[in-house]
Design a protein around this ligand. Sequence first.
Ligand SMILES: NC(=O)c1ccc[n+]([C@@H]2O[C@H](COP(=O)([O-])OP(=O)(O)OC[C@H]3O[C@@H](n4cnc5c(N)ncnc54)[C@H](O)[C@@H]3O)[C@@H](O)[C@H]2O)c1
Length: 89
Amino acid sequence: MVEVLVTGGAGFIGSNFVRWAHANRPDWRITTLDKLTYAGRLENLRDVMDSPRHRFVKGDIADAAVARRSCASPISWCTSRPRRMSTAR
Ligand SMILES: NC(=O)c1ccc[n+]([C@@H]2O[C@H](COP(=O)([O-])OP(=O)(O)OC[C@H]3O[C@@H](n4cnc5c(N)ncnc54)[C@H](O)[C@@H]3O)[C@@H](O)[C@H]2O)c1
């Protein structure tokens, strides 16, 4: 299985990508990490929420601990320690 982390995946673009990837990449296990701001809606992920190949994590990508926890596999690329993150406005 390929572990894929999609940030902002409850938004418009992210959720379309998550649904597409879930339907077209059966060898992907997808983690959607989203802060659920005004733009994020769990309803956008309705089709994949019960899938064993998808999980949802509510959190901020700028929070290194949350980002680390969102990585399912110990050999995943994103287990390398995020040090400092900033958000562009
Ligand atoms: N029906 C439509 O045509 C439609 C609907 C919505 C948006 N749009 C357009 O799509 C474009 C933007 O779409 P998008 O999906 O890139 O943006 P978005 O704003 O729709 O979604 C961004 C997602 O990122 C999440 N997010 C924000 N900060 C975060 C953080 N720090 N950590 C984790 N998650 C975080 C939000 O909760 C949200 O789910 C815009 O041009 C918008 O106008 C079109």
